[in-house]
Design a protein around this ligand. Structure first.
Ligand code: G16
Ligand code: MG
Length: 216
């Protein structure tokens, strides 16, 4: 039975994915490296440094580790300015209602975001009070599609993975959830997330009843 729901942040709780795109796009344009929304799909759920590697692949450019760290910092500084604009109105449709229902029904809620900025974003959204556990990506050795961050959140909630559901908007995230032994809800398209146990087009379709059915 359903004891906990573990959420991804970007693209599930709020659309910070758009800010990530804009910040990477500014960096790529500055380097004269082609980058578009299609390529951006591959960055979803992927760590900051891995994202930079994907942007630089086939660019013909090569940088030292220190230079790459500087580029990543440049992107993150710009991103941090953008996320200052986030307000509670930026919670994706139906999310506030879902989190409130989960709380009322005594179902635990956790966060498994690859973002080092997750705590800041939850604060801007005034959403921190709904989460009993926020896994720290700085503490995780392997990123998504490895199950580690979802397993960490379940452990923090003290719930066995088989009684958890994970919610993701990225293919790597759906893989991570299933590898953790949890059922995966995908928010997005069948092309990207066909492997999900339940696929919904938008967060507005997420209800506690649908989640409970998935584990019944
Ligand atoms: C998010 C995004 C990724 C981003 C990563 C790291 O993960 O989907 O695009 O690269 O976090 O973010 P930051 O640079 O803020 O540490 P998630 O897991 O919330 O979708
Ligand atoms: Mg995501």
């Amino acid at each position: 039975h359903l004891e906990a729901v573990i959420f991804d942040l970007d693209g599930v709780i709020t659309d910070s994915a758009e800010y990530h795109y804009q910040a990477w796009k500014t960096l790529a344009d500055g380097l004269d490296v082609p980058f578009d929304r299609d390529k951006n799909e591959r960055l979803k759920g992927v760590s900051r440094m891995e994202s930079l590697e994907i942007i630089l692949e086939n660019s013909g450019l090569s940088f030292t580790k220190a230079e790459k760290e500087r580029l990543a910092k440049q992107k993150n500084d710009n991103y941090k300015l953008m996320i200052q604009r986030i307000t509670p109105a930026d919670l994706l449709p139906g999310i506030a209602e879902l989190l409130t229902s989960l709380q009322e029904q005594g179902i635990a809620v956790g966060l498994a975001s690859a973002s080092q900025n997750a705590a800041l974003i939850l604060e801007r959204l005034e959403a921190g009070h709904w989460f009993q556990a926020v896994a720290d990506p700085g503490d995780i050795r392997k990123g998504k599609p490895d199950p580690e961050i979802f397993l960490r959140a379940a452990e923090m909630l003290d719930v066995p993975p088989c009684n958890c559901i994970g919610v993701e908007d990225a293919a790597a995230g759906v893989m991570a959830i299933q590898a953790a032994g949890m059922k995966a809800v995908g928010i997005g398209s069948v092309e990207q997330l066909g492997a999900a146990d339940l696929l919904l087009a938008s967060t507005i379709e997420l209800t506690v009843t649908k989640l409970q059915k998935l584990l019944a």
